[in-house]
Design a protein around this ligand. Structure first.
Ligand SMILES: [Zn+2]
Ligand SMILES: [Zn+2]
Length: 321
């Protein structure tokens, strides 16, 4: 099979020919149809995570073509995908509490084992999410990391329909975050630097747009009543710190993109009950939900093409969970 691998830290992607991997017990083999490109692939390329050589890619969408011993819930021909969550141990404290994405022995597709920049991926069965029939592989791929991360953080943020939710950053995560937030019934505010993202934000469903280059983000948010939740999708410590003042009392800052620089937080700003949270993507069932809920019409930008949000979504024909 063909695979694109990183052989050394900082090295180029190299197209290689490899043996098609055999499927072992508890695993499935996926014939890859599409794989999204995620900023976190840089961790592999620069040797910051996992061993090399490695085939990156953790937004994998395809069809199962082989099933390992002991796998009963999946079959050859099933349309499935794998995201950042690449498997869990079932025995650590997090797993015993049902927090599979927090597994202390967890695997990461494309990081701790070879991922989707190849013709085939062998993945642990518990890491696999079914893809709804109406969702193409190209559209499903990015939902398995960027999509589930924004969707799952928003649905666990405590925000309710009608609340004001601001999406900070309109990039790979943020453009999906805007679409999910709008479809979840939030008053959705998109924030980015410059005026050039305003039209895109409106097209994706944002009710308001704040140009963070021309305005103070916190003041602009307070001018429209403040945000119940700010979802920080841009890995920029200054931008995240600067947005904190835009929360309402008891508002919540949810961080899903890791900024390399530290955040600056004035403790007084938190005394009104504001909180800061991080959120770690989601497990396979979260990915399944990210692709099939009313947000199933969310579309991703792939290879420079921008997909318009579909005005409607259809129910899936197959809903095992
Ligand atoms: Zn990712
Ligand atoms: Zn575990």
């Amino acid at each position: 099979m063909r695979a694109m691998e990183i052989r050394e830290a900082g090295g180029d992607f190299t197209l290689v020919e490899r043996e098609t991997p055999e499927v072992g017990p508890g695993h499935v083999r996926i014939a890859v149809e599409a794989c999204g490109v995620c900023h976190s692939d840089a961790f592999v390329k620069f040797g910051a995570m996992g061993k090399l050589p490695r085939v990156p890619g953790h937004e994998v969408a395809g069809v199962i073509d082989a099933v390992g011993e002991g796998v009963t819930q999946l079959a050859v021909g099933d349309r499935v995908g794998v995201g950042w969550h690449g498997g869990h141990c079932f025995t650590c404290e997090s797993c015993r509490r049902g927090d599979f994405i927090g597994c202390t022995n967890g695997s990461i597709c494309g990081v701790t084992y070879d991922g989707g920049y190849a013709d085939y991926v062998v993945a642990r069965a518990e890491a696999v999410a079914r893809i709804p029939d109406e969702l193409s592989a190209v559209d499903a791929g990015p939902l398995l990391c960027a999509g589930v991360t924004t969707y799952n953080s928003l649905r666990n943020s405590g925000a309710r329909p009608g609340d004001t939710v601001a999406i900070l950053g309109i990039g790979g995560l943020g453009h999906l975050g805007v679409q999910y937030a709008q479809r979840m019934g939030f008053r959705t505010v998109a924030i980015s630097r410059g005026a050039d993202k305003a039209a895109l934000a409106t097209e994706l469903g944002a009710h308001d747009y704040i140009d963070a280059k021309a305005n103070d983000t916190a003041e602009a948010l307070q001018a429209i009543g403040g945000a119940d939740v700010i979802l920080a999708t841009a890995p920029n410590g200054d931008a995240i710190s600067g947005a904190l003042g835009g929360l309402k009392r008891r508002g919540k800052l949810m961080i899903v993109a890791a900024a390399s620089e530290p955040l600056t937080v004035n403790g007084f700003a938190l005394l009104s009950g504001k909180t800061i949270h991080g959120w770690p993507s989601g497990s396979s069932v979260d990915s399944r939900h990210a692709g099939r809920t009313p947000c199933a019409s969310a579309r991703s930008r792939t290879c420079g093409r921008r997909w318009r949000p579909s005005p409607s979504s259809r129910p899936t024909r197959r809903s095992p969970r």
